[in-house]
Design a protein around this ligand. Structure first.
Ligand code: ADP
Ligand code: ASP
Ligand code: MG
Length: 411
């Protein structure tokens, strides 16, 4: 008999019918003899609706109060599922994060899980109950409700699996696994049988929102067997594994991630003296703005250009900080661009293959797509391009790296 943690995402519990379907599925699992802890998201669209309500009151809701409101979405679905299970004769009980006691730090809206009390859950499992837990939420040491950041139910699932030493954490969603790239953008995307934690972490960090980044970090750290599956279609899904050898389906790259979340800022005519990067980025970091990619040009006339990217939400704030800096250091101009996108190729196979970046650049050149910035790590290459070429770039790279699925059979 295994202990499985199953997490169902927003679309999978998006209506009463879907919740009834999830209950049918869980009943079947129970009949198979496994112990189950089920983590749920809010109904799809609900978290956005709640945030929107708050924003109708104020542009900048107090983070603590925002957590009080957004955590209600999950409280609705857990109770409904528990009722649906009981209606089917399956003993069940629902708990909010506070009731379990999923202890987090006090960083409202992006809290980190510190500790999970497993006593109640274990007692319920021993009594034969399915335990249904609200995802995305916890409580801090002062009893304040906290939430874990968008998509945070994945992290609740993995953290519970780690705390309970579950045999597997299964993430049920609206796709049947992790694909080579977002299947909504590239029809030829292919499901991966396996992907390493390291690759999945890069994919998630670079924009593939199929799993929340922290859930992958957690799974890697505590070695939680993690699988992504379709909620209502049978299939093996995708296993996230530590084993590089085993996961090597693709010799070079495993997937392509992309995001439209960043904006670019350039400061020109910067006096090229030691410490200048610090003078530019120091005030940006002091304003709590995270910088992603950075490019500094070679010096020309003893001045240089300096370009970096920030989250699009922080673009205006970063721009005004940079304009101040420009005045202080005597730089010429500050310019910016919000219509950019970042495309990244990811794969542990890159480590042992030379020329991966140039193959990427060649594929983009063939489509006449201009590369504005480049960054690389051991297992990824990212480029910034004009946003309007994003889909074209992803498709071209998908083909160039031989990731396209064989012609799809109609379902
Ligand atoms: P849930 O509500 O179940 O948490 P999400 O919307 O958070 O679901 O995640 C599933 C979605 O992630 C898919 O519908 C898909 O469009 C998107 N996605 C992005 N990149 C990938 C990828 N590489 N593989 C699979 N799905 C991806
Ligand atoms: N309901 C939350 C969100 O929409 C958490 C989650 O679904 O994972 O972000
Ligand atoms: Mg999600």
């Amino acid at each position: 008999m295994a202990l499985i943690v199953q997490k169902f995402g927003g679309t999978s519990v998006g209506s009463i019918e879907r919740i009834e379907q999830v209950a049918d599925k869980i009943k079947k699992f129970r009949e198979g003899g496994d112990d189950l802890v089920v983590v749920l998201s809010a109904m799809s669209g609900e978290t956005n609706r709640l945030i929107d309500l708050a924003r109708q009151i104020t542009d900048q809701p107090v983070p603590r109060e925002l957590d009080v409101i957004v955590s209600t979405g999950e409280q609705v679905t857990i109770a409904l599922l528990a009722m649906a299970l009981m209606k089917r004769g399956v003993p069940a009980v629902s708990y909010t994060g506070n009731q379990v006691r999923i202890l987090t730090d006090s960083s409202h809206n992006k809290a980190r899980i510190l500790q999970i009390d497993d006593q109640k859950i274990r007692a319920d499992l021993n009594a034969g109950r399915v335990v249904v837990v609200a995802g995305f939420q916890g409580v801090d040491e002062h009893g304040n409700i906290t939430t874990l950041g968008r998509g945070g139910s994945d992290t609740t699932g993995v953290a519970l699996a780690a705390a309970l030493k579950a045999d597997e954490c299964q993430i049920y969603t609206d796709v049947d696994g992790v694909y080579t790239t977002d299947p909504r953008v590239v029809a030829q995307a292919r499901r991966l049988e396996k992907i390493t934690f390291e690759e999945m972490l890069e994919m998630a960090s670079l924009g593939s929102k199929v799993l929340q980044i922290r859930s992958v970090e957690f799974a890697g750290k505590y070695n939680v067997p993690l699988r992504v599956l379709h909620s209502f279609k049978e299939g093996p899904g995708t296993l996230i594994t530590i084993d590089e050898e085993e996961s090597m389906e693709q010799p070079i790259i495993s997937g392509i991630a992309f995001n439209r979340d960043e904006a670019k800022l350039t400061i020109r005519g910067v006096p090229d003296t030691p410490g200048v990067a610090f003078k530019i980025l120091g005030p940006i970091s002091a304003a709590n703005i995270e910088v992603d990619m950075i490019v500094q040009n070679v010096s020309h006339d003893n001045t240089t250009d300096f370009t970096f990217t920030v989250h699009r939400n922080e673009y205006e704030k970063a721009q005004s900080v940079l304009e101040n800096t420009a005045r202080e250091i005597g730089a010429r101009v500050v310019s910016g661009d919000t219509k950019i996108a970042k495309v990244s190729i990811v794969g542990v196979g890159m480590r042992s293959h030379a020329g991966v970046a140039s193959r990427m650049f060649e594929a983009l050149a063939k489509e006449s797509i201009n590369i504005q910035m480049i960054s690389t790590s051991e297992i990824k290459v990212s480029v910034v391009i004009e946003e309007k070429y994003l889909e074209l770039a992803v498709r071209a790279l998908h083909t160039a790296f031989e990731l396209d699925a064989p012609a799809r059979q109609s379902e």
